[in-house]
Ligand binder design. Structure first.
Ligand SMILES: [Zn+2]
Length: 230
């Protein structure tokens, strides 16, 4: 492309590269997408979608096993065409929504609470793993329809203080990830991906099921519910 990267910003779960010549590159990695630094001579993995040759001699590669991610190359005035970017709610690291704002924000939604959290329109930046952690913390069944959540459950989801924990985790992750930016370190989580391990709250086994093309981990004892009669 012959472009210079002027800045990189995060918008919810999207990365936005400002490039010279009034262009932008927007990366929406979805579940399995990641950027990776590699020397040109290193083997190109089958999941590699894009390779950018950088002036430093290194390559920035975009890998995506499930190929669900999206990449946009556009000028800033075309941003409005990216629905995923335009519909983002306030970022999860911004000042937390008040409970009233949260209730108001929930109103238009009818779907399952996990789907609503990860979609980004209510709060932007909550991924699959993060949503599992919040719902475990709030003791809410991930597949419950938001319209059927009790006031108490809504208050517990809104009040989950996990977001603060994630903020402090960023520092630790930055250190541990180093230049291996594609690495997903998940061992500090309580439930996500912990199939058959013990729930840290009650000691029951964690259940992991695949629904809507993604894994959901939860504790059947702490987060009771059934796929029928949600
Ligand atoms: Zn439990």
């Amino acid at each position: 492309m012959g472009k210079r990267v002027d800045s990189i910003e995060r918008y919810g779960k999207l990365l936005l590269f400002s490039l010279s010549g009034n262009r932008e590159l927007i990366v929406s990695p979805m579940l399995t997408g990641a950027l990776m630094w590699r020397e040109p001579a290193t083997r190109v993995m089958a999941s590699t979608i894009f390779i950018f040759d950088m002036k430093s001699g290194q390559q920035l590669r975009y890998i995506d096993q499930k190929k669900m991610g999206q990449m946009y190359y556009l000028s800033p005035d075309q941003r409005s065409e990216i629905v995923r970017l335009e519909n983002q709610g306030p970022d999860v690291f911004d000042e937390q929504l008040s409970f009233d704002e949260f209730l108001l924000g929930l109103k238009p939604f009818r779907g399952e609470v996990k789907g609503v959290l990860t979609r980004g329109q209510l709060v932007s930046g909550i991924g699959n793993a993060c949503a599992d952690e919040i719902l475990h913390d709030a003791m809410v069944y991930p597949f419950k329809k938001v319209t059927r959540l009790s006031d108490d459950e809504k208050a517990r989801v809104h009040g989950s203080d996990l977001l603060g924990d994630f903020e402090s985790a960023i520092e630790v992750l930055r250190e541990r990830v180093g230049d291996q930016i594609h690495r997903k370190i998940r061992d500090f989580l309580s439930v996500h991906g912990k199939k058959n391990e013990k729930c840290p709250r009650c000691g029951s086994s964690i259940t992991v099921i695949t629904a809507n093309k993604r894994e959901t981990s939860y504790c059947r004892a702490c987060q009771p519910g059934s796929l029928f009669g949600r």
